[in-house]
Ligand binder design. Structure first.
Ligand code: ADP
Ligand code: TRP
Length: 330
């Protein structure tokens, strides 16, 4: 493509990335899995397993290779239909790394120095590598390669999408219109799913409720949700109760209002409230848990889905890369 060829479509394109960082929990489910499944059919949807990003934190090859297959399996089990959206491994599409380099040459240091997530990670003890620092540039490449208009992310990733946008604006102003400007799509209700201790649910806080795995362990996690010490008869405020706030995520507005009324009326003890949540959990995830079991036995199918996804992704990404090479004079 020549540097002056018209870029870009005006279609809805969605690109999301998920780092294969281990066991999937309710925060991951409501934060990105379900939103991505619900987006299928609403535009052109790309979903990438961000295995190159994971290299900034995962050092064990066996763990990384298992984790990236696990996340693909989780997504398929949760209803991600690979015929309606493109699911692929980031490292299968080499131009992500190429574009990342080109973008890094125009990205001001200051822009990355302001990234909160880098500082947070270093504070948590993750090695301050160059890759960790330029993480947002690779993420910008992920997004911009697909002319993505929307990027569904949790609140913690919003700044990264803004950085991608800033980089795109800068590139466009230096080299002419090349990239579509992406926007973050944040589901308000689920922006921060609470963990069993009432903080944001996160593997690193040890407060997760997993989606898959032993039913017993899940029940234990749910029964261990921290509450105040009101007795059974006491009226309870649903909006400040972690059990309710997690339960609500599964429910329609009417169902959630009805449950809130039961909390307010008194007579619903926390033990029973947790049992109700566990029942809802099993209803919701029963089918997905069964499907995951089948997929695990058929790892060849998962790998085939990922190979086919990479072929579809490459077509789009390589065309964008050609456009970029032309623009910069390569
Ligand atoms: P963790 O904090 O458990 O390590 P990850 O970093 O694996 O979670 O999160 C992966 C994705 O899931 C991110 O896009 C993040 O925004 C989303 N996510 C994680 N935890 C939550 C949460 N508690 N609420 C909403 N979304 C979440
Ligand atoms: N940084 C994201 C996270 O930690 C994962 C990610 C990588 C991503 N590339 C992306 C998300 C592109 C959205 C778009 O969750």
């Amino acid at each position: 493509m020549s540097p002056s060829s018209p870029p870009l479509s005006s279609k809805i394109r969605v690109l999301d990335g998920i780092q294969p960082s281990g066991i999937a929990h309710l925060g991951n489910y409501f934060g990105y899995i379900r939103p991505n499944v619900q987006l299928l059919g609403k535009g052109e949807i790309f979903l990438m397993v961000a295995d190159l990003h994971a290299l900034t934190t995962v050092r064990d090859p066996a763990i990384l290779s298992q984790a990236r297959r696990d996340v693909a399996t989780d997504l398929l089990a949760c209803g991600y239909d690979p015929d309606r959206g493109t699911l692929f491994y980031q490292s299968d599409v080499a131009v992500h790394s190429e574009l990342s380099w080109i973008l890094s040459t125009i990205t001001p240091m200051g822009l990355l120095e302001r990234a909160v997530s880098y500082k947070d990670k270093v504070e948590k003890g993750i090695a301050a590598s160059v890759g960790l620092f330029t993480y947002p540039v690779l993420m910008a490449a992920d997004i911009l390669l697909y002319d993505a208009t929307l990027v569904p992310v949790g609140r913690d990733q919003k700044q990264h999408v803004e950085i991608a946008r800033d980089i795109a604006v800068k590139f466009n102003s230096m080299y002419g219109e090349t990239f579509v400007l992406p926007e973050a799509l944040i589901g308000e209700d689920t922006a921060a799913v609470l963990g069993t201790d009432g903080q944001k649910m996160s593997k690193s806080y040890g407060n997760i409720i997993p989606i898959f795995g032993e039913e017993k362990a899940i029940k234990k996690a749910i029964m261990g949700i921290v509450t105040d010490s009101k007795d059974v008869a006491a009226p309870k405020d649903p909006e400040t109760c972690t059990v309710f706030r997690i339960h609500k995520l599964f429910l329609s507005k009417e169902e959630s209002n009805a449950l809130a009324d039961r909390y307010r009326a008194g007579g619903l003890g926390y033990g029973d409230a947790k049992k109700l949540l566990f029942e809802t959990y099993l209803d919701h995830f029963g089918g997905m848990r069964k499907k995951r079991g089948e997929l695990v036995k058929n790892a060849g199918f998962v790998e085939e889905v990922m190979r086919a996804g990479a072929v579809k992704a490459k077509k789009i990404a390589e065309a964008t890369m050609e456009r970029v090479r032309g623009r910069v004079g390569l």
